[in-house]
Ligand binder design. Structure first.
Ligand code: GLA
Length: 685
């Protein structure tokens, strides 16, 4: 008996073919089909048996098995002492309530229970999948791999866009053609990583795009594999180390969630669905996002060189240009004998350095808040320097493997977040400051990759330990916002955002570099969680020089901030910065709501538009001088072809144009300097 299970959202449809004795088959995941549509006939009924093939045809299911006739990637790699390595679902029932379907399955022979939850959210057009595996047999079940989700891609899937990178160079776009070879990206660095963002977008020949991202801040794997019917199998999950998961009888493992969406409108439609999905996952103090305050971060202006009077002066200067939150970065703490004067010591000793702050942080925090500016503090809880009181007292708290030498990075080791005593210590150390000072914000850093993750591998436990500490702090201090930073953008993912409110996208604040980084970021994450700062000139990370209007124009659409010694700016630069801050405040309500589109006009001009077909803020960025006599035209395909639009903005001649004209023929662009940002308003009449 065949049953079709269908989920619809406004833009997407998912259809499974369900039988009581096997895993549901994937029949469709793609752009919205009409209500009531069915595949017509059972999948096996529509395809003859290929020569020399198994008589039991095994199409792609939501839980493809191992060793029993499915020859693609298995959803599970597991065994019990060398046995039960081959798996296939023997029973399946469906619990369908509203937008959510739960497939409750078992393998009676290998003695496994598998439950897959699929929710297609009508508000976000996002399909969320996760898998729970339970060991229903006797003996330890050794799990090497459990897919979070197995997705089908259509036959015209042509290319995949993913992102590589490193510290100071996040979101390096890769675009690979999909062939019959397997495509695979794997992160083994223990946290989300700079060099393997856990998301990708698949581009189809018909213009549709499929996107997926894993809500997880640890190791992850995704692969795309061609299957015999011409579709492709997109598999996602957490990367596990050998021996990491051994389920005792009755014990379960639940994967992270995979967020997946499809848009007939291409990549922008995928990004818009992701933005809505990320917004829906966030938990804001007070229940709703407040306008994103303008930050001043002390790091690049001062590094470890903290002087109370200087920082108080800085805060005063900051308040004058309109800064709303002052974030005291690394350098404020230390141990009994040594303060954090460089990056070689003191991580773990979360006590205010009395040589820098004889009366503690209160004089600075009170000065800042007295100006009407919020006060934020940098911490790097999961880390410890060998040169610290904490490490001297508890060397066993650092991740280590007996008999193996420790490996440092930035002179630091990683604390074992699986240990309750470590988490208790960190909670108390951070809570002491949150209780005694008017702190409304934490910048939470993680400046190295994981190695030595436990004598028994504990990468997963590390992530869960960090989530638990974040959860505990958020519960105790619900008004405090938290920023996720990891040497810049090393921990940007849909898992940590459920506990945090901002990402530091990159330690590279060079505005030219930032254009690409931010465009990659915005593919998956909404602009209000993208920390984007105006840095010094020359840029510390690259040495390149850019004007204040260009630097501030590039930073404008994100969660805007300033990261330099404001007191060093010339009068004209200060005025330019203040003008951008005023503009940001006037526009942030619109920049940080609604949809975002990104596009390229050619000739080194890229654009992004925030809003909807009623009215858009259009940001046009030239990243290099033109080589042309006449400027390119910028086409805005999202405009309503039946309406007329008024265009105003930086140097734009006030003009009214047909939506269809702008969508197809495009907006004539003015000559622009080699590095310049223009902001236009496009308003429907
Ligand atoms: C990392 C962060 C920076 C800064 C430093 C402090 O590199 O990305 O923004 O906080 O740590 O050490």
């Amino acid at each position: 008996m065949v049953e079709y299970v269908t989920l619809h959202s406004p833009a997407c449809t998912a259809i499974w073919e369900v039988r009581p004795d096997e895993a549901p088959l994937w029949r469709y995941w793609g752009p919205r089909l009409p209500d009531g549509v069915t595949p017509g006939a059972a999948l096996r009924a529509t395809r003859p048996e290929p020569s020399f093939s198994l008589h039991d045809d095994q199409p792609l299911s939501i839980f493809p098995g191992m060793g029993l006739g499915w020859f693609g990637q298995s959803a599970l790699l597991a065994h019990r002492g060398g046995l039960d390595w081959a798996q296939a679902i023997t029973a399946c029932r469906v619990e369908h309530t509203g937008d959510t379907v739960r497939f409750v399955m078992e393998d009676a022979v290998a003695r496994l229970a598998v439950a897959i939850t699929a929710r297609l959210d009508p508000a976000t057009d996002t399909l969320t999948l996760s898998t729970t595996l339970t060991n229903t047999g006797e003996g330890l079940l050794d799990v090497a791999w459990l897919a979070a989700g197995n997705l089908p891609l259509p036959e015209d899937a042509a290319a995949v866009r993913a992102f590589a990178g490193r510290h100071n160079a996040e979101f390096v776009a890769l675009e690979d053609a999909l062939t019959r070879s397997q495509w695979r990206r794997e992160n083994r660095r223990g946290l989300t990583s700079h060099d393997c963002f856990p998301g990708a977008v698949v581009l189809c020949a018909d213009g549709a795009a499929y996107g997926a991202q894993l809500a997880w801040s640890g190791n992850h794997i995704q692969s795309i594999e061609w299957i015999d019917d011409g579709r492709r199998h997109w598999q996602w999950g957490e990367g596990l180390a050998p021996g990491e998961i051994r389920l005792t009888p009755g014990e379960s493992l639940t994967t992270p969630e995979i967020l997946a969406t499809v848009s007939a409108q291409g990549v922008n439609g995928v990004s818009q669905a992701f933005h809505r999905a990320i917004r829906a996952r966030m938990v804001w103090p007070g229940g709703a996002m407040k306008p994103r305050p303008v930050h001043l971060n002390t790091w690049e202006g001062f590094y470890f060189d903290h002087d109370l009077t200087t920082l108080q002066d800085l805060a005063t200067a900051a308040a004058k240009v309109g800064i709303e939150r002052f974030v005291l970065d690394d350098g404020w703490f230390g141990g009994q004998n040594r303060g954090r004067d460089d990056d070689t010591s003191s991580l773990g000793d979360w006590v205010v350095d009395r040589t820098k702050y004889p009366d503690g942080l209160a004089p600075l925090a009170q000065h800042v808040t007295g100006l009407g500016v919020g006060f934020g503090l940098w911490v790097e809880p999961e880390m410890v320097n060998p040169d610290s009181d904490l490490y001297r007292a508890h060397p066993d708290w650092a991740l280590h493997i007996a008999g193996r030498p420790l490996l440092t990075a930035r002179h630091q080791l990683v604390l074992d977040m699986h240990r309750a005593d470590v988490r208790d210590y960190l909670f108390e150390a951070i809570a002491a400051h949150l209780r005694s000072l008017p702190i409304s914000y934490l910048k939470w850093d993680h400046n190295r990759d994981l190695t030595h993750a436990g004598t028994q591998a504990g990468f997963r436990a590390q992530v869960l330990g960090t989530y638990a500490l974040l959860t505990r702090l958020r519960a105790a201090f619900p008004d405090v916002e938290i920023e996720s930073c990891a040497g810049g953008g090393g921990r940007i993912d849909a898992g940590i955002i459920a506990h945090t409110h901002r990402f530091w996208a990159s330690d590279c604040i060079d505005a030219i570099s930032r254009v690409g980084i931010q465009r990659g970021f915005l593919t998956f994450m909404p602009p209000e969680v993208m920390g984007s700062h105006v840095g010094a000139c020359p840029a510390h990370s690259t040495g390149r020089m850019q004007s204040m209007p260009f630097r501030s124009g590039v930073a404008l659409p994100g969660h805007f901030g300033v990261e330099l010694d404001l007191r060093q700016l010339s009068d004209s630069e200060t005025a330019e910065l203040a003008a951008t801050i005023a503009r940001y405040k006037a526009l942030r309500g619109r920049l940080h709501a609604g949809d975002v589109w990104q596009g390229e006009a050619g000739d080194n001009v890229v654009w992004q538009a925030h809003g909807d077909a009623q009215g858009l803020l259009l940001i046009i960025t030239r990243t290099a001088p033109t080589t042309r006599r006449h400027m390119p035209h910028l086409r805005l395909p999202m405009l309503d072809p039946a309406r007329r639009y008024r265009i105003t903005g930086d140097g734009a001649p006030d003009q009214v144009l047909d939506g269809a004209w702008i969508a197809r023929a495009g907006l004539a662009l003015p000559p622009m300097r080699g590095e310049e940002v223009l902001l236009y308003e496009v308003s429907a009449l």
